[in-house]
Design a protein around this ligand. Structure first.
Ligand code: AMP
Length: 283
């Protein structure tokens, strides 16, 4: 497994691979890898010759009161895990190289970034679309894989690629969960033991909503029952539990035939913010 720290070196390597006719599959992450990230690497291999994993805790997508400094990091462990999944190249840029001086250019997607996570995390998606654009220009992938765990992020990236004619295939891979249903997340290690136990309430609420919808129960009623369940969970502070069209992020108050609805949730346990979702298709 090759480790590249330098931006120019990564660009030259990517260019050489392209000239040799290789297809590059790319998985951008913030590290502290778990099975969710590794499943994206498996997806990136499909139809590609080379998989590139980036590890970069991007400061510009964290708000001033968020957990940038407390975000878990373990590069040695990440490298070992990436290697077990046959990653070809790990790209680990330094923040001072990614953001030398005052950045004046940015990439921004409007409207769909203003709801759900974007409503409380001002500037978050601008940070994401800007860093992902930069990484695309450095890694030059043919395919990039994102997790449904961050479904709004995947929708935003898909829109960015569509609207800016970026010649990269975007794939969204399913959510990988712990045995009790909790969506895997690097942040889960920061949960206190009792909060970790109670955090299964998120997926429980989402699965109940999905089951109720499939039985024909009205959307708004099932959402309200889900909110009540979270409010009754010790230690949980509900930020949102909402239904939106996927990927258009428009508000939805019913499940219509042929439409995909994203049921998305964000809950705080102490200073740890967790998100999760399910996508339900109207039949
Ligand atoms: P992060 O390191 O949290 O920025 O995540 C990097 C990528 O991994 C994003 O595309 C996430 O959506 C994806 N991801 C994170 N957790 C999971 C999970 N439990 N299942 C699938 N994909 C995930």
């Amino acid at each position: 497994m090759e480790k590249i720290y330098d931006i120019k070196a990564m660009q030259q390597r990517a260019e050489a691979l392209r000239l040799a006719g290789k297809r590059i599959g790319f998985v951008p992450t913030m590290g502290y890898l778990h099975e969710g990230h590794l499943s994206l690497l498996d997806e990136a291999k499909k139809g590609c010759d080379i998989t590139v994993l980036s590890i970069f805790v991007n400061p510009t997508q964290f708000g001033p009161n968020e957990d940038f400094n407390r975000y878990p990091r373990d590069l040695q462990r990440d490298m070992a895990l990436a290697e077990t999944r046959g990653t070809d190249i790990v790209f680990i840029p330094k923040a001072e190289d990614m953001y030398p001086g005052e950045p004046l250019a940015a990439v921004e997607v409007s409207r769909i970034t203003e709801v759900l996570c974007g409503a409380s995390r001002k500037g978050h998606f601008r940070g994401v679309t800007t860093v992902v654009s930069k990484l695309f220009n450095i890694v030059k992938p043919h395919v990039a894989v994102f997790g449904q765990k961050d479904a709004q992020q995947a929708a935003v990236i898909m829109k960015m690629v569509q609207d800016l004619n970026i010649d990269i295939e975007i794939r969204m891979a399913p959510i990988v969960r712990e045995a009790d249903g909790l969506a895997m997340s690097s942040r889960n290690v920061r949960l206190r033991p009792e909060d970790r136990r109670n955090a299964a309430a998120l997926s429980r609420a989402l699965f109940t909503i999905r089951d109720q919808l499939q039985k024909g129960k009205p959307l708004l009623e099932t959402l309200e029952a889900g909110r009540r369940a979270i409010r009754g969970t010790p230690g949980a502070r509900l930020e949102y539990l909402e239904a939106r069209g996927f990927p258009d992020m428009k508000a939805r108050d019913e499940l219509k035939t042929g439409q995909d609805i994203l049921i998305a949730i964000a809950v705080h346990f102490s200073d740890v913010r967790l998100i999760d979702n399910v996508i339900v298709s109207g039949s």
